[in-house]
Design a protein around this ligand. Structure first.
Ligand code: 9MR
Length: 418
């Protein structure tokens, strides 16, 4: 056999090895990326408690087995949000059961725990903002000094399973308001209680979520009741309270759309200002709700290069890649727009495009491994994803690894061979 044919045979063998499916040779994400970063998933209440809900007992058992086999980090998809953990006012108003179950699940499987989220414009009950001060009469009420804001509707109301009467339910609270001092006191009590309860166990907290405005460059912060009632320092205060409650916790600012250069500039403005004030902020969370048409190495490399200029660890917090035709124009995280974003069936050749997109995105994570310290997928499999119709994850609804899973594992193998 001449040299050329030998090389050809060798490369055929190598290609075959590279394309064996994960089902034939079970591989795990956590092992594949062990040298680089923890890799996790957002898990829902059923997965944390073992109580069937949307999934029957058999599928739920498989879902939980998959979480244990693949991931070494978990985030509570919903159960630590204010509306769920602290639905009623006062010290008796907490429902810790599901969050406790989540933390216990993670500890018993030695997974790193992320708490999501302490201060957010969405999924916060009305009582938090209620008080005796009349709300502004005009909708174009004066804005707090020094901060431009955009319309309240930017991230739209979340018509989730949480019903009416919530901010982020069917519209925001419009009644008489708390004073700045009252709202700061409620925020402090909430953060001290929740972070304090899980001190030493929850390693990372999303302290403030999605405070940046979408749209043009003129407005840095999103208009929200937090901003209107407290003022722009609500962000610094939230970090200060969280740090008091657990000085060892890694405190994160988390937002979406950081693939968009305009939004990245706003993030940099916000974070630099917090850093100048010596606010205890330890990591940037970039959600990465992407779509197959634009996601890939170049987009992620550009975004991470810019984010890395802040000199903070970067956590990829909510990764998914929408393959539905309706969602190919945005990287938003808007629950209200989600129905439209997952309509129209899948794009052509969706499996292959998803595999290419995930491969590129992970290649960028590996390139920036000095900065990227955690990667979390927003859900365990396509069936339980918030955008299930967009088939955005690495496992299908029956927990079978998709070509995108193989592609991601191949990226890890390629990095190991370099
Ligand atoms: O996936 C979450 C979904 O189950 C909830 O109904 C929704 C509203 O609370 O929140 C989803 O998760 C969001 C996350 O908490 C913050 N970033 C955007 C995510 C997708 O909307």
């Amino acid at each position: 056999m001449n040299c050329r044919s030998r090389i050809h045979l060798l490369s055929v063998a190598l290609m075959a090895a590279a394309t064996v499916s994960a089902a034939e040779h079970p591989a795990s994400l956590k092992e594949a990326f062990a040298a680089h970063f923890p890799i996790g998933a957002a898990i829902n209440r059923s997965q944390a408690t073992g109580a069937p809900g949307r999934r029957n007992a058999e599928l739920l058992t498989q879902d939980i087995a998959l979480v244990k086999a693949q991931f070494n980090q978990v985030t509570a998809e919903n159960d630590m949000k204010w509306q769920l953990i602290h639905p009623r006012e006062g010290a008796e108003g907490y429902d810790f059961g599901p969050a406790d179950a989540f933390v216990n699940f993670a500890l018993s499987h030695r997974m790193e725990i992320v708490g999501h989220t302490l201060v957010w414009h969405s999924q916060t009950p009305n009582w938090v903002f209620a008080g005796t001060n009349p709300p502004p009469v005009a909708t174009n009420a004066p804005l707090p000094a020094a901060v431009g804001t955009n319309a309240v509707t930017t991230n739209g109301p979340g018509r989730g399973r949480f019903g009416p009467g919530l901010v982020g339910g069917f519209g925001r609270y419009n009644g008489p308001r708390a004073s700045r001092e009252e709202l700061l006191q409620r925020m402090r009590d909430h953060i001290h209680t929740v972070v304090g309860r899980y001190r030493g166990r929850v390693k990372v907290w999303d302290v403030v979520n999605e405070a940046l405005a979408d749209g043009g460059p003129e407005n840095v912060l999103r208009n929200s009741l937090w901003l209107e009632i407290i003022g722009p320092d609500f962000i610094a205060k939230a970090f200060q309270y969280a740090h008091e409650a657990d000085p060892e916790a890694i405190l994160r600012y988390n937002d979406y759309g950081l693939e968009n250069p305009v939004k990245i500039r706003k993030l940099i403005t916000l974070i630099r200002s917090l850093q100048e004030q010596k606010v205890p902020l330890h990591a940037i969370g970039t959600q990465a709700h992407l779509n197959v048409s634009t996601a890939g190495f170049e987009q992620m490399d550009r975004s991470l290069t810019e984010l890395a200029t802040l000199g903070l660890p970067i956590h990829v917090t909510e990764l998914d890649i929408n393959s539905a035709q309706g969602g190919q124009r945005g990287t938003g995280a808007d629950v209200a727009a989600n129905a439209a974003a997952t309509q129209g069936g899948l794009v052509s050749d969706a499996d292959q495009k998803l595999a290419d997109a995930y491969a590129g995105v992970f290649r960028a994570f590996l390139k920036h491994q000095d900065s990227v310290r955690m990667v979390t997928l927003w859900g365990v499999n396509d069936a339980v994803s918030w955008r299930a119709n967009g088939r955005p994850l690495l496992f299908d609804g029956e927990n079978r690894p998709k070509p995108a899973f193989d592609a991601v594992i191949r990226e890890a193998a390629a990095a190991a061979a370099r």
